[in-house]
Design a protein around this ligand. Structure first.
Ligand SMILES: *Cc1c(COP(=O)(O)O)cnc(C)c1O
Length: 367
């Protein structure tokens, strides 16, 4: 028998979540963002559900090639663009659209030696200050590209820094939209401006021909705890499941695990679960991080080890060796532990948890 830890990928949930994007942005082309190996799910595992999208967006050429190998003939967008002039040969061969965010990238396109028809997203730095041309440099960059014979299409692109938060109050995305629209209003071309948080929260005020949906497709709420996945109609797409492999009884004042940092106040029963940080569960997760045992919500106790963690079995009389443990996602009876609950307890976001699951975890597709 393999170690009992598995990551179950739920195809119906992936389809449901894609439909939520379509409903939110009915007039936009919907791109499924599948960077980081589909947010840890595995590109090949999400492809069946996401081939109903209008395109795929990602970062790595290798991932783009994997999507072509699956038979996808539609659009693929490289979100960080090309990393060297050589990458342009792959863009031609695999028909990849790509972002242009720097002067260097414009020069590489300009110097590309063979005839080509590049499909480009020109990125404006409208306030995030990671990639792109500042508003005052944008028109000049656009004109340079527009004059190149090997550029066939230019889409205006930007990325929100605060669509998920309330730091700017009501203006979470307004200042960026204003900076963007002021510059591009007189230029021809489509717009690509929306991540999950913007799609869900600002669909009414977004002008975007493309939706670039990532995290919402994978059943995590971009603005948790303001909104949960249930609020948005999203479903968990990955369930990290394992089993209890040992049951221990603690007397009062006995501890569990390294550092003895959890001490029982009264006699209690705990379960040892075949899951640890070498499976991708965050070591930083403190006592009290939520978990399901036999579909009942309980908590972790003590420090997370490399291969094991402990859970409180108080009040779960059915629990025994072999009981199902859900670290996040859905139990086999359909009870949900949102990945966002676990992430908040661990001081992180659902994105990081789902990307962190390691190669030794067996992945299973569930239709
Ligand atoms: C990752 C990414 C997205 C998707 O963001 P989510 O918050 O996961 O929806 C959209 N656009 C760009 C440029 C990205 O890098």
């Amino acid at each position: 028998m393999p170690r009992p830890i598995t990551a179950v990928i739920h195809r119906q949930a992936l389809q449901n979540n894609l439909a939520v994007v379509r409903k939110a942005m009915p007039n936009s082309k919907v791109f499924a963002v599948v960077k980081a190996n589909a947010y840890g799910h595995g590109i090949e595992r999400v492809y069946e559900a996401f081939k109903a999208a209008d395109g795929f967006a990602l970062l790595d050429l290798d991932e783009a090639k994997r999507i072509r190998a699956l038979g996808w003939t539609g659009q693929i967008l490289l979100l960080e663009g090309i990393f060297s002039p050589q990458d342009l040969f792959d863009c031609v061969q695999y028909q990849l659209s790509f972002t242009i965010h720097s002067e260097e990238q414009i020069e590489w396109v300009q110097k590309h030696p063979y005839p080509a028809q590049f499909d480009i997203c020109l990125k404006m730095n409208s306030g995030m200050n990671r990639l792109g041309f500042k508003p005052q440099q944008y028109v000049q960059a656009w004109e340079r590209l527009n004059n190149l014979a090997n550029v066939s299409k230019i889409t205006h692109m930007m990325h929100f820094s605060d669509a998920d938060g309330d730091r700017f109050g009501q203006q979470g995305i307004d200042y960026q939209i204003t900076a963007f629209e002021d510059i591009i209003k007189d230029l021809p071309g489509e717009r690509s401006v929306s991540n999950s948080a913007a799609i869900l929260r600002y669909q009414d005020q977004l002008k975007s021909d493309y939706a670039r949906s990532g995290i919402m497709l994978y059943g995590s709420s971009p603005d948790y705890p303001t909104h949960s996945i249930a609020d948005w109609g999203l479903q968990p797409t990955m369930s990290l499941r394992s089993e209890i492999i040992s049951v221990q009884h603690l007397d009062a004042n006995e501890s569990v695990g390294y550092g003895s940092n959890f001490v029982a106040e009264q006699p209690m029963t705990i379960g040892i679960v075949a899951c640890g940080y070498a499976d991708g569960y965050q070591r930083i997760s403190p006592t009290g991080t939520p978990v399901l045992v036999d579909s009942v919500r309980t908590r972790t106790v003590g420090r997370i080890s490399m291969d094991m963690l402990a859970v409180d079995l108080t009040g779960i009389d059915s629990a025994k060796v072999g009981s199902e443990v859900v670290l996040w996602g859905q139990s086999s009876t359909g009870v949900i532990l949102p990945i966002d609950d676990v992430a908040v307890s661990s001081g992180t976001v659902g994105y990081e948890l789902m990307c962190a699951v390691t190669a030794r975890v067996q992945f299973i597709n569930q239709v």
